[in-house]
Structure formats: structure tokens, C-alpha cells
Design a protein around this ligand. Structure first.
Ligand SMILES: Cc1ncc(COP(=O)(O)O)c(C=O)c1O
Length: 288
């Protein structure tokens, strides 16, 4: 995992790695492990960031992408997620740097959920660890084999970054159990050694996205972001549930954007996880 962090993610300087049972589990637990009182989450986001904050009894504050606008007082933790679930938006280097600078200025933890990093489409994202110039204080990067290697059932994930912070997290977590079983650690290490299966999977997602994007744009949908990761984020300018119903009438299941925050209430998220055959069939049905 250390090798993966330096060679693939571009981490430099002192850092450590902590294997975790699943990344959803660590997303839900991190505010609690940090005893966070105030947590910043993206305004359109994977719902577990909010739920983790609530479980820890913390105040959860929605923030814009631009980290230079984030509050710096009394904040313990901020989440970023690039490529994003649900929007497929990829942070550029300046946006990642602003988040790192926010962490340094506020003295708070920046948790970067990078579980979709291996699936670029029109834009290649980067790990925060590659931009920290070897000063990883306060920075954590979260990775999951569920996405990268399609191993969701294994719950093979890890967090990497600030060595001191990782040591503290391990110190607390060990009293909760939740150590990753050795066979899963070995399977994780084996999967991380291979990039070929990841590139093949990335190509599959790209092709599926192209098929659906073309179909949707032909039908008057506006596809936004969707630059990487597993999802298409689109709108036809109406309330999300109306769009969900339109898809359902054609036998296609999509997720209402409001699941990810009020700002998503006029969008739907379309997953690219069905087989090529099913995606092609869905495209035909939608156009019919
Ligand atoms: C942004 C994000 N983070 C974390 C996860 C959790 O993945 P897992 O628990 O399978 O590692 C997901 C799953 O959909 C996700 O979309």
C-alpha cells in the first residue's frame, strides 16, 4: 500500500497507511474517531459524509467547491470527493491546493475521498497527496478496492496520509476492533500491484458513458461534469423525481439528485455499472 501511494498516487514525504474495512465504514466513522464537533461537506455529496457527522453528534456544514471560502474557525474536518459521486466532477490542481491550504490555515483535517480516481474520462484527477509537497500534516486520502478493482464484497480499503494522525486513528480504532482480516489485506495488496485490470475497467466505463451521453444529449438532456468516475449527472430542467419517473417508464432506474443534497433537486445520477449489453439496450429503449 505504501508503494501504491508513492508510485501511483504520487505521495511524497512522511506518510503512513491504515487498512480499513470498507471506505463507507471509515467515511461514517472518521468524524467520531476525530471527536469532530463541526464537519464541512460538499453541498452535493455522497450522503455518508453527512450521516457520519450526525452519528458523531457534530454540526454538519455544506460548503462550495472553492475552499478559499470555507470557514476556518472551529472546524475539525472537511471532506472533498474528486472525482465526485454523484456529479463526476474532477477538482483541478488549484482547487485541491486551496483545500490543502485551508487545512494548513485552519489546523483541521482534510479528508479527500479519492475512491474513483482510477477512472478518468475527459479529465484525469490527482490525489491530494501528490500536491502536498511532502508536508502531509492534517491530510488523509481515502481509497477503496470496491471501485478500483470491483471488489466491493471484500471491503478492502485504506486511508493514507499524515503519519501522526494515522497513528492516533489506529490507537483509538484498535479498541473498536475492526481490523482488516489478513486474507483481505493480502487480496488488497495483490490487486494494488496490477494496473491492467483497472485500465480495462476504465475503458469500459468510458465507452458506456459515451453511449449514454450521446443518447441523452440527443434527447435534450444537459449532461454536466461527468468527467470521470462511475456516473453521469444530467438534467432536463425539471424536478428530479419527474425525470426518475420518465426513465422508469422506459424500464431504466436512475437516482434522484436530491438524494445528494438540495442543490441536486433538478438532476438525476445515472450509474455506469450495468453490463455493456444492458447499457446498449437501455440506450435503445430511451431513444425509441
Ligand atoms: C464517494 C464514495 N465514497 C465511498 C464509497 C464507499 O465505497 P466502499 O465502502 O464500497 O469502499 C462510495 C460508494 O458508493 C462512494 O461513492
Amino acid at each position: 500500500m505504501h508503494r501504491y501511494c508513492s508510485e501511483v498516487l504520487g505521495a511524497t514525504g512522511e506518510f503512513d497507511v491504515l487498512p480499513t474495512i470498507g471506505s463507507k465504514e471509515i467515511v461514517a466513522l472518521l468524524p467520531f474517531l476525530l471527536q469532530a464537533k463541526r464537519v464541512l461537506i460538499p453541498e452535493i455529496a455522497y450522503p455518508t459524509y453527512r450521516v457520519g457527522g450526525i452519528l458523531a453528534g457534530a454540526e454538519v456544514v455544506e460548503v462550495d467547491i472553492d475552499a478559499s471560502t470555507w470557514p476556518v474557525d472551529r472546524v475539525d474536518l472537511a471532506w472533498i470527493n474528486s472525482p465526485s459521486n454523484p456529479t463526476g466532477r474532477v477538482h483541478n490542481d488549484a482547487e485541491l491546493m486551496a483545500a490543502i491550504e485551508w487545512s494548513r490555515k485552519s489546523g483541521s483535517v482534510l479528508a479527500s475521498d479519492e475512491c474513483y480516481l482510477s477512472f478518468p474520462d475527459t479529465k484525469q484527477g490527482r490525489s491530494v497527496l501528490s500536491l502536498a509537497s511532502g508536508d502531509n500534516k492534517g491530510i488523509l486520502s481515502i481509497h477503496s478496492l470496491s471501485k478500483r478493482s470491483n471488489l466491493a464484497g471484500y471491503r478492502g480499503s485504506f486511508i493514507a496520509g499524515d503519519a501522526k494522525l494515522i497513528k492516533q486513528l489506529l490507537e483509538i480504532r484498535k479498541h473498536m476492533g475492526m481490523m482488516v482480516p489478513l486474507p483481505v489485506q493480502l487480496a488488497t495488496a495483490a490487486a494494488l500491484k496490477d494496473e491492467i485490470h483497472v485500465q480495462q475497467q476504465a475503458e469500459r466505463y468510458k465507452k458506456r458513458r459515451a453511449v449514454l451521453r450521446q443518447t441523452l444529449e440527443g434527447l435534450g438532456f444537459k449532461v454536466e461534469f461527468s468527467e470521470a468516475g462511475l456516473y453521469l449527472w444530467c438534467s432536463r430542467g425539471e424536478e428530479d423525481w419527474q425525470t426518475v419517473a420518465w426513465f422508469a417508464d422506459r424500464g431504466v432506474l436512475v437516482t434522484p439528485g436530491s438524494f445528494y443534497g438540495n442543490k441536486g433537486a433538478r438532476h438525476v445520477r445515472i450509474a455506469l455499472t450495468a453490463t455493456d449489453e444492458k447499457i446498449n439496450e437501455a440506450a435503445k429503449r430511451l431513444s425509441a
